[in-house]
Design a protein around this ligand. Structure first.
Ligand code: SF4
Length: 343
């Protein structure tokens, strides 16, 4: 009899999907570890918050939102597909969990990581990623909105940790490749964007790091976590904007009240400034500002009735993907919603 997770159907999943999601495929770790590679890449607030939630889930049967399991389950389906198709193929190793200790000061921190697929003869580490065409285009530089290639930084970090652990465990890695499935690829998309791959599947080679780069990176990630060990999650600073998936859109200049609060809409010509310096230059060039500064050189923007506002996109991770926000366990997100509602 398979073990079942305690889940709440928070996103109206059809019954068979909800029932299937409850099945717990988690296998007891062969070894205790500080964290997994995926966890290591999280910012401290989400890292410690999720650790607490999963501890309550496994020890006190605390219910998790089903929405938090949907994407990991899709990953599990793909891994099952590789296991059944390539599990007996002597050229490949499918899914293997590895453990490696990293020393910080006098203490060892064991990190675990499970790679997807390894070609033994060609020494290639493969990792399967399901992504949208727009994410792929941004990554490889095909996006007309983003221009240059943004790369796949998070994947590069994750896979280089796996590659390092593999080499330390006797599996040499000559190359690292993403096996990409474009979930919204169809013939119509290909006709509209001829530069897309000829099928939903494609590969991208990821840069392999030096050992020094890797050790420096992993040490900084572990140190960043242990700096907040034992803290209440509410006392850990919010995740940085890039981890909240919140993009800077522009700097804008507004008229403001005596407390610096913006009034009305952005001043004409100031709504798409790319840097804070450009916004300051916009203020500095105004006739009333030049006149006032000729009398009082160090008069502030606020005293002059101007303020610079940083416009960002919505923090998609907080809004739609973070289990802490779904469970109302993140004070940053709670407060931000209250502020936005003017409460
Ligand atoms: S809700 Fe946002 S800030 Fe809070 S832990 Fe999640 S990602 Fe971080």
């Amino acid at each position: 009899m398979k073990k079942k997770k305690n889940l709440i159907n928070d996103c109206n999943l059809p019954d068979p999907i909800f029932e299937a999601l409850k099945i717990d495929y988690y296998e007891k770790a062969e070894q205790e570890s500080f964290c997994s590679t995926t966890e290591l890449l999280m910012p401290p607030k989400r890292f410690w918050g999720l650790k607490k939630i999963y501890k309550m889930h496994y020890h006190e049967n605390y219910a998790l939102p089903a929405s938090s399991q949907v994407f990991s389950q899709q990953g599990h389906m793909v891994h099952s597909f590789f296991e059944s198709a390539l599990g007996d193929n002597k050229d490949y190793i499918v899914e293997k969990r590895l453990y490696h200790p990293f020393k910080i000061g006098n203490k060892e921190y064991i990190i675990s990581g499970m790679f997807d697929l390894y070609h033994i003869v060609r020494e290639i580490l493969f990792d399967y990623k399901n992504m949208s065409i727009s994410k792929y285009n941004r990554g490889v530089g095909l996006s007309k909105f983003y221009g240059n290639a943004q790369g796949f930084d998070k994947y590069e970090e994750q896979l280089n940790i796996y590659a390092y652990m593999m080499e330390k465990s006797g599996y040499p890695v000559s190359e690292i490749r993403l096996l990409i499935c474009l979930r919204d690829w169809d013939t119509m998309a290909k006709k509209q964007q001829p530069s897309l791959p000829d099928s939903p599947y494609t590969e991208v080679t990821i840069r392999k790091w030096t050992e020094e780069e890797l050790i420096t990176f992993i040490s900084s990630k572990i140190e960043e976590k242990i700096a907040y060990e034992g803290y209440l999650v509410n006392d850990i600073p919010e995740c940085p904007s890039e981890e909240r998936w919140e993009r800077l859109l522009a700097y804008k200049v507004f008229k403001c009240d005596s407390n610096g609060n913006p009034i009305g809409s952005a001043l004409p010509g100031s709504s798409k400034l790319e840097t804070e310096e450009a916004a300051q230059e916009f203020i500095d060039k105004r006739k009333d500002v030049i006149k006032a500064r000729s009398v009082i050189p160090d008069i502030t923007n606020t005293q002059l009735g101007y303020t610079i506002v940083k416009a960002t996109s919505n923090p998609l991770m907080c809004m739609d993907y973070c289990t802490l926000s779904t469970l109302n366990k993140c004070n940053y997100w709670r407060n931000r919603k209250l502020e936005e509602a003017g409460l």
